[in-house]
Design a protein around this ligand. Structure first.
Ligand SMILES: C[S@@+](CC[C@H](N)C(=O)[O-])C[C@H]1O[C@@H](n2cnc3c(N)ncnc32)[C@H](O)[C@@H]1O
Ligand code: SF4
Length: 430
């Protein structure tokens, strides 16, 4: 089974190293200019119950005290980063996790006030939050709306009861429907559903049922992720019955079916795994060749820098990726000490930047310009794809035809100079 990255960054996170730290970050932050546009990402690393498929950085907590304590640290980190950053104007914000829905409504309002009093959040800012339908309620949704949230992404995964049991995630259609209704009542109309294919006991019938239920609730966007089964990294995934996992052929069939079915129901396919309504900003960006890719997936976010705050968050600056520590205690110690909690990352060489441009163009637009001299070995490695028509290479322009969409990650990976060193394992490519 082939293991290939999803390219939410290049170089990918497993290639980050400890030579990049808080000092590197501070130096880069102060080089940002007043005119620069920022994107902010906040990581809330808590959930109420563990989903056995989960690949996110999260921790299960019962009480509220750990969440309160964490928010206190996050407030301090926001103030610290804002003070060091030469740029303050924020056009994009994303709260992810874990489950940001574990935060109580009054604390959410307080958190957003802290962000607004330290940064200049633009009126037209896109503010998105990830929702676990099991821990959200009407009061929380009203607090999101009041504080300017205008996008919500709901973790749906799969509606089938047998699948839900095998992944330890029980949530009814009614629960999801209620959340959608609360959001629409609060005028948060930009709604995404996260779905996963490749989960235990899924088959073409269950996928159809999940998509039928999804269509009834009419989200603007759907992310259809391939289940990344990496038990060597996420021990709890061993709780998933391996025998019940669909094999590579069924995975591909399920994706193909979902792809066709969503398109025949009025969605447009975006990049690797997103589907959106034709008037959605992602569809427009794809048409205009301005689609971007970051750690949250496909986006229209073209900010000059993405600042990641909270445990394990990754920042993207024009010439570096920097990651906060994933260890809660080190994070707390660092913040209390007034130092940035960055512990790893990578500074980009000119060659990395060129390769990043090629890889992201392939991932977002299915085509890219490639210099035949500079990347001769890579073009040579693509010859089998060119010969059987999956890819064309004419006048230094590399284009994937429709048959090539399945091969997106594989083709992008030909330009990944770190992958050939073969140090790390990723999930399967389809
Ligand atoms: C942080 S969660 C979303 C919010 C909330 N925690 C929830 O699950 O409802 C991000 C999304 O990542 C996806 N995800 C998590 N683990 C995954 C895995 N191992 N493979 C593929 N997708 C995964 C799920 O679709 C999930 O909704
Ligand atoms: S709720 Fe989301 S982040 Fe939490 S364990 Fe489940 S998938 Fe992971």
């Amino acid at each position: 089974m082939e293991q290939i990255p999803r390219y939410t960054s290049y170089p990918t996170a497993p290639n980050f190293h400890s030579g990049v730290d808080g000092e590197t970050y501070q130096n880069l932050l102060c080089k940002l200019e007043e005119k620069d546009i920022l994107s902010l990402y906040f990581h809330i690393p808590f959930c109420r119950k563990l989903c056995w498929f989960c690949g996110c950085h999260t921790k299960i907590v019962n009480g509220y005290k750990p969440i309160e304590n964490y928010l206190e640290l996050l407030h301090q980190e926001i103030a610290m980063v804002a003070k060091m950053s030469g740029a303050k104007r924020v056009k994009y914000m994303h709260l992810g996790g874990g489950s940001p829905t574990v935060i109580e409504a009054p604390d959410f309002l307080k958190f957003m006030n802290t962000v607004r009093s330290n940064f200049k959040v633009l009126d037209e800012a896109e503010i998105a939050i990830e929702l676990d339908p099991r821990t959200v309620n009407r009061e929380k949704v009203l607090a999101y709306a009041k504080s300017g949230v205008n996008r919500a992404s709901i973790g749906v995964q799969d509606f089938d009861e047998k699948v839900q049991k095998a992944i330890n995630r029980h949530q009814s259609y009614e629960q999801v429907k209620n959340v959608v209704e609360h959001l629409r009542e609060a005028k948060i109309n930009e709604i995404n559903f996260d779905l996963i294919y490749g989960l235990p006991f899924q088959n073409l019938e269950t996928i159809k049922e999940t998509i039928d239920n999804t269509i009834k609730l009419d989200p603007n966007r759907i992310s259809l992720f391939g289940y990344a089964h990496v038990p060597w990294m996420k021990k709890h995934q061993e709780l998933i019955p391996a025998k019940a996992l669909p094999g590579p052929d069924l995975r591909m069939e399920m994706f193909d079916f979902a792809h066709e079915y969503l398109i025949s129901n009025g969605y447009v396919s975006i990049g690797l795994d997103h589907f959106v309504k034709p008037d959605d900003s992602l569809a427009i960006a794809q048409k205009e060749q301005s689609l971007q890719r970051n750690f949250q997936g496909y986006t229209i976010d073209r900010a000059d820098a993405l600042l990641g705050l909270g445990v394990s968050s990754i920042s993207t600056l024009p010439t570096a990726y920097l990651q906060n520590t994933s260890d809660y205690r080190s994070y707390a110690a660092s913040i209390k000490n007034g130092s940035l909690p960055v512990v790893r990352g990578v500074e980009l060489s000119i060659n990395d930047i060129k390769r990043r441009k090629i890889i992201m163009s392939v991932m977002c637009g299915f085509k890219t310009k490639v210099c035949s001299n500079e990347f001769a070995p890579e073009i040579k490695s693509l010859l089998p794809y060119i010969q059987n028509g999956i890819v064309s290479y004419v006048d230094e322009h590399l284009t994937l035809n429709n048959r090539g969409h399945h091969q997106l990650r594989k083709i992008a990976s030909k330009f990944d100079s770190y992958l050939s060193e073969g140090k790390v394992s990723f999930s399967q490519a389809v």
